[in-house]
Ligand binder design. Structure first.
Ligand code: PLP
Length: 396
């Protein structure tokens, strides 16, 4: 009794959720907190999508659906992914899941044998490393360096590939830095994957939250669709985090395996939620476009504000809704050992919630600089107030 299975020691977590709980605790005590810690749009789900969900409930779409998803949604996703990535996609390639996160879990469980190596971005979304370990794989972190604009270092990835490498995980636009991989970067990775016979899990959840240029998916490069799992979903671009709706696009034999994992785990994604997803993809896109325009304005505001604080320097990210400022100087001036200590002091003393770099993987060998992530998916008023608090805190 009271003893967990040994495999649980391998499972990590996402610190954002524990910081969220701490923010709620402080707020319940009457403290005011500006929350830059959680990565979800502050916008409401667009009205026509909510109405489609309500309509589906009223039509009694409240029963099980096929594990891979209802056909109208799989077809709408196939059309959307074909149009946005310029590839040939059919519903047989699509598996719908409750949020996009299960696609990480299921594709790794389905493909990675114990001892296989998986290269993943560090700093990066913490669930990649957690699930690789849980599946018995060996996580191999690939660096994103400030000196290279926080783009995944594709030359380092090339050096990290070994005979045991099974998969490379990429994420562009990137959480937590907002960096965007160029077509040239993707071409290097694609050549590597083809030469060494690797899978690519391409986390494209922020593909439409892009401020300049056009999104390029690695799946659209020659002979890549057959070795790529595209992960995408509704949480961010349609402000639907709480609905839990996402999907993966992959070769059909893998889609069958992933659907079998869905059958074993949750049976299917909530059926009325899936109908809301059809409305999201086929209905007006103006609310999403307006949201991205607002994120662009907020990005400019927060980057300018952070760069005005002594001891803080901040890159201008190309996508997503995160900034990843270097706070080494600020930590030094305040006598704080690292970004984690800064995160704690900011929350308790300044009422500003951010996440330290350590929430996105262990610092790389020789990494001395300190970073924190701000999610600017919060109102301009909150950003202005957060920056004011930070200024005052930095001034000591
Ligand atoms: N991938 C990345 C990079 C993310 O940042 C997130 C959410 O924070 C997800 C996947 C998961 O999204 P969902 O909420 O749809 O499961």
């Amino acid at each position: 009794m009271g003893r967990l299975a040994a495999r649980m020691e391998q499972l990590g977590t996402e610190t954002a959720f524990s910081v969220l709980a701490e923010v709620k605790r402080l707020e319940a005590q009457g403290r005011s907190v500006i929350n830059f810690a959680i990565g979800e749009p502050d916008f409401d789900t667009p009205e026509h999508i909510k109405q489609a969900g309500i309509g589906a409930l009223q039509r009694n779409e409240t029963h099980y659906s096929p594990s891979a998803g209802i056909m109208p949604l799989r077809s709408a996703i196939a059309r959307h992914v074909a149009d946005t990535r310029g590839i040939d996609v059919g519903p047989e390639h699509v598996v719908v899941t409750p949020g996009a996160k299960p696609i990480i879990f299921y594709s790794i469980l389905a493909l990675v044998e114990p001892g296989d190596e998986v290269i993943y971005p560090n700093p990066g979304f913490p669930i990649y490393e957690s699930v690789i370990r849980f599946a018995g794989g060996r996580p191999v972190p690939a660096p994103l360096l400030e000196s290279k604009g926080f783009r995944l270092d594709v030359d380092a990835v090339t050096r990290l590939v070994s005979d045991r490498t099974r998969m490379i995980i990429i994420n562009s636009p990137h959480n937590p830095t907002g960096s965007v991989l160029t077509r040239a970067d993707l071409e290097v990775l694609a050549e590597l994957a083809r030469e060494r016979d690797l899978w690519v899990l391409s986390d494209e959840i922020y593909s439409r939250i892009l401020f300049d240029g056009e999104f390029v998916s690695i799946a659209s490069l020659p002979a890549m669709q057959e070795r790529t799992i595209i992960l995408d979903g509704f949480s961010k671009i349609y402000a639907m985090t709480g609905w839990r709706l996402g999907y993966g696009v992959m070769p059909d034999f893998l889609a069958d395996a992933v659907a079998r994992l869905v059958t074993n785990c949750e049976s299917c994604t909530a059926t009325f939620t899936q109908y809301a997803g059809v409305a999201a993809l086929t209905g007006p896109q103006a609310p999403s476009t307006a949201m991205v325009d607002e994120f662009r304005a907020r990005r400019d505001m927060i980057v300018a504000g952070l760069n005005a604080i002594p001891g803080v320097t901040c890159h201008l990210p190309g996508g997503a809704f995160y900034v990843f400022p270097n706070v080494t100087g600020l930590c030094r001036r305040l006598g704080l050992p690292d970004a984690k200590a800064l995160q704690e002091r900011l929350l308790l003393d300044a009422g500003v919630a951010v996440l330290a770099r350590s929430a996105f993987g262990a610092p790389l060998a020789g990494e001395e600089e300190q970073y924190v992530r701000f999610s600017y998916a919060t109102s301009r008023e909150n950003i202005a107030e957060g920056l004011r608090r930070l200024q005052a805190f930095a001034a000591g």
